[in-house]
Design a protein around this ligand. Sequence first.
Ligand code: ARG
Length: 241
Amino acid sequence: MKKMLKNVLVGLMVLSLSSLAMAKEKIYVGTNAEFPPFEYLEKGEIVGFDIEMMNEIGKVLDADIKIQDMAFDGLLPALQMKKVDVVIAGMTATEERQKMVSFTQPYYTASQVIIVKEGNNSIKSFDDLKGKRVGVMLGFTGDVIVSDMEGVKIERYNAAYAGIMALKADKIDAVVLDSEPAENYVKQNSGLQIAEAESAQEKYAIAVRKNDKELLEKLENGLNEIKANGTYDKLLKKYFN
Ligand code: ARG
């Protein structure tokens, strides 16, 4: 009887140990799925370049990627409060943000562009936004850039789509947004065009908490690996042709 009990106990221990060894590490990732083609909702599912890239990095690290959708301006607070451990959201690695969080190497170069109604050729530079009603998205780099300008009537929206709708309805004269999502919205909505205006480049990177060196290193390794093995290029082709 005693021996049987012992066998059962040993068996249980072996079982729980092996399930421990098999349990994959989970990485909690925050995003804002209103930024096509980087992250957006398709039939209620969060998809896009960033999401696929993150899952590929997860494969390299043998980790389970758990994506959480939230407001863009809530992403870095959620990171600080440990609701998530990683943020990927087409997020520009600005100097300001680098004071609060650590970024990986950049994975995409973008810029800010100006979207106007088709046929509106009165805006040819960011300076031309002066005196105009300009839509930006709360907390985006476009918001920061336009907020720094004098004499612009800023309208802030929670999501890019809301800004696009306001532009179509002539509630505003222009929308300042990242280049790729802007092209996406212009393609999908008739009557819009991207103004020919120069803007500074920005680099997107993945964010972690400042002291989370271990996770940062893992993500860097994952990024290096998918850049080396062709996965990253495949994703670029799929989303940006
Ligand atoms: N690149 C801009 C920024 O970092 C906009 C990013 C918006 N991303 C999003 N998933 N909504 O501020």
